[in-house]
Design a protein around this ligand. Structure first.
Ligand code: ADE
Length: 227
């Protein structure tokens, strides 16, 4: 799978891609992430990519020309399944969307900055608009990374234990059961006995019961779908 990230602050997205799971995914050839500096595509002087909004108001708006040049140059090389714009007024990202996007071949993620992007970019080039939650960040770079991480880690073969992503919180609309590791007793605090019993069927029943309990307490809204 290939993901192209377009940003006017590419430095913001570089480092997280070079570590841990996303590094592994790329090293295994399962995920290719390419970062494009919008300023490399602008025809304007001083590498300008933004301008004042028509009609006035605070903040700058990313111009259509550099974005169009960048997207068109990528689209001339391959077909993209989606051209996604990260924006607080997009559809809220969730596990279902991550799962669906992980099955695609090529994605473009456009990170906005300042006040936003010229509406004509959204009308003419964007196929999907995604928000990572009801709060406003200073740009779309961190949201783009959230998508790359959520999508990248569920590509088959990326996690060493291939099944582990399937048991994540949200994969079955239930929150995770608590987890423990050695020592079995720490300063008098013991691990639930069942987990060290070696009784596989009882352990899995206990884990499901714990998942349900936590979900009922913290996210009863998820249970509507589960039941
Ligand atoms: N850009 C700024 N805030 C955002 C958010 N919450 N989700 C996606 N993109 C954004």
């Amino acid at each position: 799978m290939r993901i192209d990230i377009i940003s006017c602050v590419p430095q913001l997205v570089e480092s997280p891609l070079s570590h841990s799971i996303l590094k592994r995914a790329q090293a295994f050839g399962l995920l290719e992430v390419h970062i494009h500096d919008l300023r490399d595509y602008t025809p304007y002087n001083h590498r300008q990519v933004d301008d004042y909004p028509f009609g006035g108001g605070a903040g700058m708006v990313l111009m259509i020309e550099p974005i169009a040049r960048c997207i068109r140059s990528l689209q001339s090389e391959r077909t993209y399944d989606e051209v996604i714009y990260l924006t607080p007024d997009g559809e809220t990202f969730n596990q279902k969307t991550a799962n669906r996007l992980s099955l695609t071949q090529n994605l473009i993620l456009l990170a906005g900055h300042y006040k936003g992007i010229d509406q004509r970019v959204r009308d003419l080039f964007i196929t999907k608009e995604i928000s990572i939650g009801d709060y406003v960040l200073s740009g779309g770079e961190l949201p783009a990374l959230v998508l790359v991480d959520a999508i990248g880690r569920i590509i088959p073969g990326v996690l060493s234990d291939e099944t582990s992503a399937l048991f994540d919180s949200f994969q079955d609309n239930l929150l995770d059961a608590p987890v423990y590791t050695r020592p079995a007793e720490w300063e008098g605090h013991k691990v639930p006995e069942i987990l060290t019993s070696g009784h596989a069927a009882k352990i899995s029943a206990w884990l499901e019961e714990q998942s349900l309990k936590k979900t009922r307490e913290r996210r009863p809204d998820l249970l509507k779908d589960w039941e």
